[in-house]
Design a protein around this ligand. Structure first.
Ligand SMILES: Cc1cc2nc3c(=O)[nH]c(=O)nc-3n(C[C@H](O)[C@H](O)[C@H](O)COP(=O)(O)O)c2cc1C
Length: 328
């Protein structure tokens, strides 16, 4: 499959981003059943055996959905693979992606040409996570089909570059597929990403607050209760730059003033019982526009309706009226 064919199998160009300890096969299948690309990270499964169970559940689930679809568009799915020597499961998880012919592999950390070639051999598409132009150049040299531009305000491990700036920089070196990530929560945002030159919008945080997400209820509620200023950026919680829910840092006994001046690295939570990711929660700047916990399918339908409405009226009538006024 090439990326054009992939886009043709989606109702709107939205990728439900893979999220550690949040993504589930149920969430992935719900998105695919609504014509959006669902995904999960391989390392989000406890063991290689559980990863295989998730692959079977997803591929069989998709087959079933396609059998019952009655012409409705059922999207393919994606798996996130950390392709870096530091990941001891890399080779085994890659073999499973090949065995189950995972349609889209979202690679992060490294992009070894060998892994990319093996995914291409069975017809898989590779999109690689990047946070700056240098990352994009290296990934494209390794032969990936396209990149995921992770920009400032994204949930999880984040980039720090403004989305307009990073999109334009990457477009200067790559005229193929780009998925844009960071802060998007509405169908209008997905359309806006396309207007900025992206082929896909990559949406994570909005989906944490859904019924099928395996995030604890406390994290979902904290997202509903938070706004962008409740997100704390730090490379000192787990060693990589990431956005964290401030209230979960405080609940773990972490002094924010100390964290602000701590060098990048893995800080130990004050309470040993509070683990990063499990009890100290990540989310992106989009939290301020999230105020409910719908099912994944309901959310997908809402995003599609918003996207289509925005495509009909990309600029509000008030703005158009305003523009029509003579300036003097
Ligand atoms: C809770 C959470 C867990 C994440 N885990 C992963 C992961 O395991 N692998 C990955 O490539 N990206 C991960 N991400 C990043 C997302 O795939 C995506 O880049 C990001 O959510 C997009 O920004 P947004 O959250 O503002 O929509 C995670 C993000 C969140 C919020």
């Amino acid at each position: 499959m090439n990326v054009k064919e992939l886009a043709g199998q989606l109702e709107i160009p939205l990728i439900l981003a893979p999220m550690f300890l949040v993504s589930t096969p149920a969430m992935t299948l719900a998105a695919c059943s609504e014509g959006l690309l669902g995904s999960f990270p391989a390392h989000g499964t406890r063991t290689p055996e559980v990863f295989e169970e998730w692959l079977i559940e997803t591929t069989e689930g998709l087959e079933r959905l396609r059998g019952e679809s009655d012409g409705k568009m059922i999207a393919p799915f994606a798996v996130n693979l950390v392709v870096h020597p530091s990941n001891p499961r890399m080779e085994g998880d890659l073999e499973k992606c090949i065995k189950y012919r995972v349609p889209v592999v979202l690679t992060s950390k490294g992009a070894p040409p060998d892994a990319v070639a093996r995914i291409h051999d069975y017809g898989g598409v590779v999109l690689h996570d990047v946070a700056n132009r240098r990352h994009a150049e290296k990934a494209l040299e390794a032969g990936v089909d396209g990149v995921v531009a992770v920009t400032a305000g994204a949930g999880g491990h984040t980039g720090t570059i403004n989305p307009f700036a990073l999109m334009n920089e990457i477009r200067r070196i790559h005229d193929g597929p780009i998925a844009l990530a960071g802060g998007m929560t509405t169908g209008r945002d997905v359309l806006a990403a396309q207007v900025m030159g992206a082929d896909f919008a990559y949406v994570g945080t909005r989906f944490i607050a859904t019924a099928e997400s395996s995030a604890p209820f406390g994290q979902k509620q904290m997202i509903v209760d938070s706004i962008a200023t409740d997100i704390f950026f730090s490379a000192s919680v787990d060693g990589a730059p990431a956005n964290w829910l401030t209230k979960s840092l405080s609940a773990a006994g972490i002094d924010l003033d100390v964290l602000r001046t701590t060098r990048p690295g893995k800080v130990i939570a004050a309470a040993e019982t509070h683990k990063r990711w499990k009890d100290i929660w990540t989310a992106g700047h989009g939290v301020g526009n999230i105020d409910d916990i719908p099912t994944t399918a309901e959310l997908c339908r809402r995003l599609k309706a918003e996207y289509r409405a925005a495509a009909l009226h990309p600029i509000s009538n008030d703005v158009i009226d305003q523009m029509a006024q003579p300036s003097g």
